[in-house]
Design a protein around this ligand. Structure first.
Ligand SMILES: [Zn+2]
Length: 223
């Protein structure tokens, strides 16, 4: 799975697709290519539950107000699957939709957004391509969280478990965003945070890789 493009703007054409979209709030558009496979379908619940271990607020998301709108024919309306508060279709669109929710969750946690809504739109052609539109107050945080969401889910798909220090990665991004720090040395951060220096070094390197720093050109990470 990979991000093929990122764009930031108003995208008025999707305003009507979600009743909770807030007027005046800009959106990040993430265009995503997935790969269709049986393995995807079988792994979905496991991947979702792994993500819950580092972002428990995912379980509190309310889903898919847009399904009751103009797309809401009964043929398309997804059914709730027990234990999973985001709606499941049983095909690869579940992964696009999950990434949308992970971006929302990460933006609220790292960028301190209070309310954030998004929608996932599938292409008719190619079928593996999706546009996610997610409300976004801060382009830089939006781009980073999109890269991080894809990184975590792709890692989970390949390894069945999260990178061992994922929570540190999220916490460091939040800390650096809150404190607006720009001069970064892993030893001083390690002292301030009380973490092992090798963990801080790893997390800083991963933040760079996922374009946490200097992503003004809407760069995208390859995973
Ligand atoms: Zn949803």
């Amino acid at each position: 799975m990979k991000i093929v493009s990122l764009a930031y703007g108003k995208f008025p054409s999707v305003s009507q697709l979600h009743q909770n979209f807030q007027p005046g709030v800009k959106r990040l558009r993430v265009t995503l290519d997935l790969v269709d496979s049986v393995e995807y379908k079988n792994n979905f619940s496991h991947i979702y539950n792994q993500l819950l271990s580092i972002m428990p607020t995912l379980a509190k998301h309310k889903c898919c107000e847009n399904w009751s709108g103009r797309q809401g024919s009964s043929a398309l309306a997804p059914k709730l699957t027990s234990g999973i508060p985001i709606k499941k279709m049983g095909d690869m669109s579940d992964y696009a939709h999950l990434i949308e929710h992970v971006i929302i969750d990460l933006q609220c946690h790292i960028g301190d957004m209070k309310i954030c809504s998004g929608i996932t739109c599938g292409y008719q052609f190619p079928k593996y391509r999706f546009d996610l539109f997610v409300e976004c107050n801060d382009k830089k945080i939006g781009v980073f969280t999109a890269n991080l969401a894809v990184y975590l889910i792709e890692y989970l798909r390949e390894n069945q478990s999260l990178p061992s220090n994922s929570l540190y990665l999220i916490d460091l991004a939040r800390y650096l965003t809150e404190t607006r720090q720009t001069r970064l040395s892993s030893d001083s951060l390690a002292r301030k945070l009380g973490w092992k220096e090798e963990i801080v070094s790893w997390a800083l390197e991963k933040l760079r890789e996922l374009h946490f720093f200097n992503n003004s050109k809407l760069s995208k990470a390859k995973v």
